[in-house]
Design a protein around this ligand. Structure first.
Ligand code: NAD
Length: 513
């Protein structure tokens, strides 16, 4: 871990000799069983954290409940000031935190920095938002009455996050939740636990400097069993869960059973439609970065290319040619494009998916496989693969979290391509490459893409924080980040005030006493 300045980064983030993973702010609890975090980059042990015990969990929730009483009473712009300080601290620590993301998760260093930049951006957004948590005044049908709508803080937001965005997803939730007056309890992925400890160290310092109570930001640690304590807990009004559809199906049901709110950000099966007028200069980088960036481990990664038959050969050759240029290796080395998968289980899933695609009749254009030898000792480095396939194959219908790109043809109108694009269970991100205005508008219309994100002449992968982020169908329906996504972190209240001396009833009802 001495290469690429990792030791220094760990030091700066307060992660040297860390062996705890439960905190209510500046207070850390010893915890139970240890979870070791190994880097997929070189297989080295980065550090250890401990699993939250049930007793500690209850302390965390009680502390958070107490903190909420103080925090919700603080004016929203003052809460925004806390988030502003947090964003500034992230600016100072962008380099070490970005490095840790890259080293613990395996994404390229540029993407690690990009993830921290996203945290900074959402903080800026949230600071502005802290003065715009506006309700509205609604005309009343009754004389001498006024109606209005207010937004109140909700309480504890339970955050469950996936390994692939080990810091950004938390901040998308927390930056908004905090300006809304909520307090947060975060269970990060057990595959990237040190990232959560680093984030907690940063915010705990800010809270302490501002003399704010323990419990505004808490972390708990462990696998799904610890997550289940939260999903079943009626003290937590909102669960925001990011991860697989398999997880979301369980979490959604559990939270609904107790009438809690859930915000689900689940798997995608994202496609780019490539029409006859598509510009190859845009198509190739868009599709290739979409498919191989983060080693295919983004929820918005491009999984399918739906190419018009008239340009199929040309597009296929250009994409296959571009794959020849991809350099795979240590993601901390900026000359490499693609780093490792998260762990060996992910490698097995990738290999199985390729086998399955072949069995179903897929034609492999770019062979996959696991890389061996110097620099690849962790066993997690794989080659991005391209397979010609049909949309109806079972494996194509499934999100494999790895760099496998399926190519398929369409003929006739763009409607045929849209039907293929929508013909999967997931509905996160989608794109069309076209210079035909009518095709683009049809793709964006009510009869077009059924995804939460629909792009024209950019790929499926990556999003700006200003827009609401999330998707439909098995992607879970939740929206995070920009636009009016903040509303899910608050409760809406409708008020009617009578300033007349009479009591007229609504709908003209007469009730004479
Ligand atoms: P995962 O579903 O295995 O785990 C995600 C989190 O859920 C982890 O913290 C895990 O401990 C927790 N968890 C699992 N089962 C649970 C249960 N029953 N109760 C409570 N918590 C539970 O996902 P992963 O492998 O870490 O991440 C990859 C997946 O995440 C992909 O499907 C990807 O598309 C999805 N993802 C979606 C988005 C989005 O915004 N839509 C963003 C990032 C990742």
């Amino acid at each position: 871990a001495t290469d690429y300045g990792m030791d220094k980064a760990l030091q700066q983030l307060g992660l040297k000799d860390v062996n705890h993973g439960t905190s209510t702010g500046s207070t850390w609890y010893p915890g139970g069983e240890e979870i070791a975090s190994y880097s997929p980059v070189d297989g080295a042990l980065i550090g250890k954290v401990t699993t939250t015990t049930k007793e500690e969990y209850d302390t965390v929730i009680k502390t958070a409940q107490e903190a909420f009483k103080t925090f919700r009473a603080m004016p929203a712009p003052q809460r925004g000031e806390i988030v502003r300080q947090f964003g500034n601290k992230l600016r100072e620590l962008k380099e070490p935190l970005g490095k840790l993301v890259s080293y613990e998760m395996g994404k390229s260093l540029q993407e690690g920095y990009g993830e921290v930049q996203e945290m900074i951006d959402i903080c800026d957004f949230a600071v502005g938002l802290s003065r715009q948590l506006n309700g509205q005044v609604i005309p009343s049908e009754r004389p001498g009455h006024v109606m209005r709508e207010q937004w109140h803080s909700l309480g504890i937001v339970g955050i469950i996050s996936a390994f692939n965005f080990p810091v950004a997803v938390w901040s998308w939730n927390t930056a908004l939740a905090w300006v809304c007056g909520d307090v947060c309890v975060w269970k990060a992925s057990e595959k990237a636990p040190l990232c959560s400890v680093a984030c907690q160290n940063i915010i705990a310092e800010i809270l302490k400097e501002n003399d704010l109570p323990e419990g505004i930001s808490c972390i708990i640690n462990g696998d799904y069993t610890v997550g289940e304590w939260m999903t079943k807990d009626t003290r937590i009004p909102l669960i925001s869960a990011t991860g697989s559809t398999r997880m979301g199906r369980i979490v959604g049901k559990t939270v609904a059973e107790r009438f809690g709110k859930s915000l689900l950000e689940l798997g995608g099966n994202n496609a780019i439609i490539i029409t006859p007028t598509a510009d190859l200069k845009v198509v190739v980088p868009g599709a290739v970065f979409g498919a191989v960036g983060t080693c295919g481990q983004r929820c918005t990664s491009t999984r399918r290319l739906i190419i018009h038959e008239s340009v199929y050969d040309k597009v296929r050759d250009a994409i296959v040619g571009a794959y020849d240029q991809i350099v795979i290796g240590n993601p901390l080395d900026e000359k490499n494009h693609v780093g490792p998968l998260i762990d060996k289980d992910a490698v097995d899933m990738y290999l199985n998916a390729i086998e399955k695609a072949k069995e179903e009749g897929g034609n492999v254009l770019v062979e996959g496989g696991v890389l061996e030898g110097e620099g690849y000792e962790s066993g997690c480095y794989v080659k991005p693969a391209i397979i010609e396939a049909e949309n109806t194959y079972e494996i194509v219908q499934h999100e494999t979290f790895a760099p496998i790109l399926y190519l398929m043809k369409y003929s006739g109108d763009v409607e045929n391509a849209i039907e293929i694009q929508n013909g999967v269970a997931q509905g996160l991100s989608s794109a069309i490459m076209t210079n035909e205005m009518k095709e683009a508008e049809r793709f964006l219309s009510f009869a077009g893409s059924d995804c939460g994100i629909a792009n024209v002449n950019i790929g499926t992968s990556g999003a700006e924080i200003g827009g609401a982020f999330g998707g439909e169908k098995e992607t879970g329906g939740g929206r995070e980040s920009g636009s009016d996504a903040w509303k899910v972190y608050m409760r809406r209240q409708t008020n009617t005030v009578n300033y007349s001396d009479e009591l007229p009833l609504a709908q003209g009802i007469k009730f004479d006493l």
